[in-house]
Design a protein around this ligand. Structure first.
Ligand code: NAI
Length: 473
């Protein structure tokens, strides 16, 4: 318990839009008296009316008692002007000057011990606190949309934020049934930073003409992601996604690792913004075309050897009990009558002996898995229950490359003190529904293999993008 306790705080939510309305709901459901203010006339009342109908719906479905719904609603009071409170949560327009002006108005009104929490998704908390009389009372409280459903709250400390203020907001978020994670105020905080490669690697693959969007999406869906990156960018809107990428790029002093993509620039230029404009990577309402159904026949072979150790080698050994096992091999996969079928380590199939194929990191028991190289050799992937999908022979294929880059970005964030490893894992699972956290993937893979793969990507591309985090080495 920190000395500062917000459990009984009177809450003022400023901004009754998408996020503010959700935050007011969550605070009221946790028992707080909540005042809701918006400069747009009628907005706070409209937000409350909308909440009333949402709660009615939950009551009708039996998910909430009528009494609880009425009590929640009764705790929310739309107000026509800023008022005093113990905790203010700001969810107004994403603009530095407008937010600073609001904080000045609030400081004139609030008791000195009051806490101001900002829900900004992209502005530096350090910069927002500049000019405040009590910068130590400002902290980021970054909720995710939709607020009542998404568990993650990034508790963001700026340079001047008092640790007890961050801790009190952390404890409060936990009381509200959320999973708070401490973050240092750096561009993109945790989620929006670590997630960049999920989009960026797909865009690089498209730029390299290595695979079609539907293949990239299918492979990452098979790896456990709810949506592939291309369909997700179509959903978010290319204008929005491109703007976030540009702001992270600029905020990092144009570190080339975060370079936006010309592929996405073109979509924005064309007005192909995704679902909302009827066309992005895909046309809507149809969405991604299905990949062709494949039934792969496994060729016959005289001699099969399972190479390497670890989960993938074990899977091959279990599927092919008569195969010879060569555990000390320096690569993972099968050799079939001398032809290598290798788990990608960043090397391309063309760098191996003729007849070789490389395959992507299999994270699931079934589904689509990318390969490059010899089709007949790759057909052996079907003994694992996987459907081999041909793509161009580029280092790291789809899943391995994407996961390795997510791990790399998370490692950089940890090495820079943005968050700890557990925080990064929780943030990515709860903020963007990843099937696992970056450090969980790392634990199930092999640190040296990840570094080797990134090094090969780096050699192939010769830029800053694939430089390996010192934290990983
Ligand atoms: P919104 O546009 O739905 O709502 C903003 C509300 O603030 C509007 O009702 C507007 O009238 C009001 N407003 C503007 N200036 C004001 C002022 N000076 N005083 C009082 N009210 C004012 O926007 P949304 O999406 O709710 O975003 C709000 C904040 O939350 C932004 O900082 C945004 O970056 C952040 N955020 C948004 C997420 C999202 O998915 N939409 C996710 C996480 C954070």
């Amino acid at each position: 318990m920190s000395s500062l306790n917000l459990a009984q705080a009177r809450v003022l939510v400023v901004g009754a839009g998408l996020m503010g309305a959700g935050i007011a709901q969550v605070a009221a459901q946790a028992g707080h008296a909540v005042r809701l203010f918006d400069t747009r006339e009628g907005a706070a009342e409209a937000a409350k009316a909308k909440l009333a109908s949402t709660l009615d719906g939950l009551v009708a479905k039996g998910k909430l008692t009528a009494e609880a719904a009425a009590a929640t609603l009764a705790r929310i009071t739309p107000v026509a002007a800023l008022q005093s409170a113990d905790l203010v949560i700001e969810a107004i327009v994403e603009n530095l000057e407008v937010k600073r002006a609001l904080f000045a108005d609030l400081e004139a009104l609030l008791p000195p011990q009051a806490v101001i929490a900002t829900n900004t998704s992209s502005i530096s908390v350090t910069a927002l606190a500049r000019g405040m009389q009590r910068p130590e009372r400002l902290v980021g409280m970054h909720f995710f949309n939709p607020v009542p459903l998404m568990k993650l709250v990034e508790v963001v400390s700026g340079l001047g934020t008092a640790p007890e203020v961050a801790q009190a907001v952390f404890e409060l978020a936990a009381r509200w049934g959320k999973v708070p994670v401490h973050a240092r105020s750096t561009p993109g905080f945790i989620v929006n930073r670590i997630a960049r490669p999920f989009y960026a690697e797909a865009l690089m693959l498209l730029q390299e003409r290595a695979a079609a969007p539907e293949l990239i999406d299918a492979c990452l869906r098979s790896a456990g992601f709810r949506m592939g990156p291309c369909e997700l960018m179509d959903l978010i809107g290319h204008d929005t996604n491109f703007a976030v990428t540009n702001s992270v790029f600029a905020a990092n002093f144009f570190d080339r690792r975060f370079t936006p993509s010309l592929v996405q620039q073109e979509l924005v230029d064309a007005g192909f913004l995704g679902r909302k404009s009827g066309r992005g990577f895909y046309r809507y309402p149809d969405g991604p075309p299905a990949l062709p159904a494949l039934s792969v026949a496994v060729p016959s072979a005289a001699q099969i050897v399972v190479h390497g150790q670890g989960a993938v080698a074990d899977r091959f050994a279990a599927a092919l009990p008569d195969a010879v096992r060569e555990r000390d091999s320096d690569w993972t996969g099968l050799s079939v009558d001398g032809h290598q079928l290798r788990l990608t380590d960043g090397r391309r199939a063309a760098e191996l002996a003729p007849g070789a194929a490389v395959f992507d990191l299999p994270l699931a028991a079934s589904g689509d898995l990318a390969f490059a190289g010899d089709v007949a050799t790759a057909a052996w992937l079907s003994v694992l229950g996987l459907t081999p999908r041909a793509m161009a022979d580029v280092p790291g294929l789809v899943v391995a490359r994407t996961i390795a880059m997510l791990i790399n970005e998370a490692a950089d964030a940890v090495s820079q003190g943005v968050c700890d490893e557990a925080g990064a894992d929780a943030a990515m699972k709860l903020g963007v529904n990843y099937p696992a956290g970056p450090f969980e993937w790392l634990a199930g893979w092999d640190r040296r293999a990840v570094v080797a793969l990134l090094d090969r990507l780096d050699q192939h591309h010769r830029g800053e993008r694939y430089r390996v985090s010192a934290h990983l080495k």
